[in-house]
Design a protein around this ligand. Structure first.
Ligand SMILES: NC(=O)c1ccc[n+]([C@@H]2O[C@H](COP(=O)([O-])OP(=O)(O)OC[C@H]3O[C@@H](n4cnc5c(N)ncnc54)[C@H](OP(=O)(O)O)[C@@H]3O)[C@@H](O)[C@H]2O)c1
Length: 212
């Protein structure tokens, strides 16, 4: 399949490209600084650009059959519109270019504890995650609202803390409900999950969760 990848220059995105190539997919990736990606993966097409630039985004999505975003933000900035404006730029060009499938990596759950959350997760959310990352959760909520008003076959993938561990291959996932005892997962396993749901209609227009 021809995949467009956003956020492929670091972290989970690097694992995603590596696994996607091993599975035989063709990749076009957007990168602000493309040289490293070009060196590392000579067989992919790398577009130099920024997701906040709609034309760069359009060129990257053009010709793809599905789009995967592992876009992220730099934590110390304490503000971001990478989801509500960056991912939404992707959603804007998708209808005019053909693919209808968009998978977006985000963070586990919303800022408000889910009613099914175990008590300790609610406390952690209130005391730790909310004060530190509330700005990002609010931006994800804006993205979710905007995506749900589109006709795209989107899936939002919520993850807990990401690790660079090589352990893995065994993870749990859920569709539309929280995962209990979900504290960590490796970037490599998330990449595997993102690829595994490309054609899984049960995940279309849903939040999913994945964790060890
Ligand atoms: N780290 C965690 O524990 C954790 C927990 C929960 C959820 N998440 C979420 O998981 C996702 C991936 O995290 P990660 O740590 O694997 O990756 P990451 O290191 O945050 O990488 C983010 C990627 O987005 C790209 N990017 C950012 N702004 C861009 C822009 N304006 N235009 C084009 N590309 C842009 C970066 O490119 P550059 O190289 O150019 O900066 C990089 O490739 C993020 O959405 C993050 O919020 C992470």
């Amino acid at each position: 399949m021809r995949l467009a990848v956003f956020g492929g220059s670091r972290g989970t995105g690097l694992h995603l490209i590596e696994k996607a190539l091993a599975e035989g997919h063709e990749i076009t990736a957007l990168a602000r600084h493309p040289d490293d990606l070009r060196k590392r993966f000579p067989d992919i097409q790398v577009i130099q650009g920024d997701v906040f630039n709609i034309e760069d985004t359009r060129v990257t999505v053009k010709g793809s059959e599905a789009v995967i975003s592992t876009l992220g933000f730099v934590g110390r900035l304490r503000k971001t519109t990478i989801y509500s404006e960056g991912v939404l730029n992707i959603a804007r060009v998708i209808p005019e270019l053909g693919p209808s499938r968009l998978i977006v990596l985000a963070a586990s759950q919303g800022i408000d504890p889910h009613p099914d959350f175990p008590w300790y997760a609610s406390i952690m959310m209130k005391l730790l995650i909310k004060p530190m990352f509330g700005f990002a959760y609010r931006d994800m909520a804006r993205m979710t609202d905007l995506l749900s008003r589109s006709d795209i076959d989107w899936t939002l993938v919520g993850v807990p803390m990401l690790t660079n561990s090589s352990k893995g291959g065994h993870y749990r996932n859920s569709i539309g409900k929280p995962l209990h005892h979900a504290f960590r997962i490796s970037r490599a396993d998330v990449a595997g999950y993102l690829l595994s749901i490309i054609e899984d209609k049960a995940t279309f227009r849903k939040w999913t969760e994945v964790a060890w």
